[in-house]
Write a protein that binds this ligand. Structure first.
Ligand SMILES: [Ca+2]
Length: 295
């Protein structure tokens, strides 16, 4: 997992390198910023490394018991990061909508408990593939298959109140409510020490609420095949995802309705243009209606 943790930001910035307008490096966020290249001006120049770290190999087969958890709702190991943004809309452990305060330090504190629950030490010393070679009854009795943790929600910065962490604002900056780079590294080491693997969830298609449709900021936006003009709702921007309100001719793929029937010309004839944007601007997340558009 550690190798994945290291490289997935690079994958993202590479995908959107051609569209990127800037590359953030914030000295005040150095402990949280995965990009360590202070002078980079292009995402292709992003880099970061875990010095003197020996990466833990992934298993050949990920089919194993997983224990899934939301960090914010798990254990609060560091109360000092609960109100990182200093807002009134951030943490309230009696609320169902705001943050509770759980973090990566709390997960580390609880790893022994998880082992006690049955997320036990796996065969860390012997690669998973070697299980095929086990021939003795003793091996069969003492070998515990590897097991893993699945940390739900993005580890990246979210809006202050986004407890589920499904709305990242920047895909290189860790969320200060959960912990800094050093704390994440310690967690990865402690998890691996116990013979567990770890998978981090990346939510890249559900971003933060930074964009609205012109004329509909406070009301439901009607569906439009022509798409809407999009605007930034505040000075905050995505660094790597530009809006584009130019409309150009484009060819859509085929669509099927909920009955498995190919959508007809009554719908397809209306889909002739696209916006030059990284986002769908038709209004609804359901994307393309296969029947009459919603009123
Ligand atoms: Ca905390």
């Amino acid at each position: 997992m550690a190798s994945t943790f290291r490289f997935f930001p690079l994958v993202i910035v590479t995908l959107f390198a051609g569209l990127a307008r800037s590359l953030p490096y914030f000295p005040e966020h150095e402990a949280y910023n995965l990009n360590q290249n202070k002078s980079a001006t292009n995402p292709l120049e992003y880099w970061g490394e875990w010095p003197d770290h020996q990466f833990h190999p992934s298993p050949e087969n990920w089919r194993m018991p997983f224990y899934s958890l939301f960090l914010d709702r798990f254990v609060n190991g560091d109360p000092s990061n609960d109100n990182s943004n200093g807002t009134a809309f951030e943490v309230d452990m009696l609320s169902t909508q705001l943050r509770v305060g759980g973090d990566i330090a709390g997960l580390v504190d609880t790893l022994d408990y998880l082992q006690g629950m049955g997320i036990k030490v796996g065969d860390l010393q012997r690669p998973h593939s070697n299980m095929k070679a086990l021939t003795t009854h003793h091996d069969a009795l003492t070998l515990t298959p590897p097991q893993a943790l699945y940390i739900s929600g993005s580890p990246f910065i979210n809006q202050p109140w986004s407890a589920d962490s499904f709305s990242p604002l920047d895909l290189t900056l860790l969320d200060s409510h959960f912990g800094n780079i050093a704390e994440w590294r310690r967690a990865i080491d402690e998890i691996h020490k116990r013979g567990m693997y770890v998978v981090l969830e990346n939510t890249m298609s559900t971003m933060g609420d930074l964009i609205g449709f012109e004329g509909y900021l406070n009301t439901t936006t009607p569906f439009s095949f022509k798409e809407h003009n999009a605007i930034w709702k505040s000075p905050r921007r995505y660094w790597d995802f530009p809006l584009g309100d130019d409309s150009v001719e484009c060819k859509y793929p085929r669509f099927w309705d909920e009955h498995g029937v190919l959508v007809g010309d009554d719908v397809m004839s209306q889909m002739t243009t696209c916006r030059t944007s990284d986002f769908d601007q038709v209004s609804r997340c359901s994307c393309f209606p296969t029947t009459t558009p919603h009123p």
